[in-house]
Design a protein around this ligand. Sequence first.
Ligand code: AVJ
Length: 323
Amino acid sequence: MAIYRNKISEINLSEFGKEVLEGFSQSPKSISSKFFYNDKGSQIFREIMDMPEYYLTNCEFEILQNKGNTIFEACQFDQTYRVVELGAGDGLKTTELLRHFLTQDLSFNFSPIDISSGAIQTLEAKLKKSLPKLKFDSLIGDYYKELHKLSQTGTPTLLLFLGSNIGNYKDSEVIDLLKLFASNLKKGDKLLTGFDLKKNPQTIKLAYDDPKGITRAFNMNLLDRMQEELGAEIDQSKFDFYSHYDPISGEVKSYLVSIEKQDIFFRNLQQHISFEKNELIYTELSKKYDLEQIEKLAAQTGFEVVEHFFDSKGYFVDSLWKR
Ligand code: AVJ
């Protein structure tokens, strides 16, 4: 079959290929942060969660470990229920919550959803070992679609969206996402969302630009993916990583930077893409919230705040809402 240059409709492109082409045709160039999480990226993210600078994981771990029983009580379940987790990742923190739930008399089923099959496999192995009594069925896929499938039953549901995953969405998208959750939940169902809170800007800055360069490697993995999956002829020494926290907006923004003017051939896209000296590729938004913003979001999207659960430093909140 002939492949015509620039006629991308003729080429069978992967989702990643399509989105890279689309994101690179905009200004500034961008790639969705969901592409961080191939199996290698999910592994690097586990290393990020282990870093002392990345306080988010320990804070949420502490909340779920110390307040799991209170969270269960606040959910007020009175029959068999279901816990669904979006973007479960390796689920280490969630294990703490589920451990508390298992000590209660009511039975429940756990459904973790993640786009990385590697992360799900790691999670399944861990769950079998650490919580042998847990009933679970994991789902690999885009969580918008999986969520819709799950909404077809009458089982009371607690939906988990932990780990500050919500921070990846810009203000306009966050409203749509929470409305989507609301529309897939029944009256009385609960949503527990992890929000990273505004705090000393230095603390936040270090969490997203660590001295060992693990966050850098997490971003550079996108270049690996372009090389491996899109046949991009990239010299990685011609790219750098930069991240920036704006304490007023609460936005951490991460970028790859083309350190010189260059033209890169993407073999599988049959295209050259050019980069100016110091041109940015925007890779991620990690937004930080305050309580006022969180309560406003709940009200705007059809939820009622039940209770906020904080860690002892007040760095992070798992906010329980009711539909
Ligand atoms: C998985 C989206 C919560 O934004 O804090 C960690 C990803 N990026 N370090 C975050 C991430 C850089 C993380 N989330």
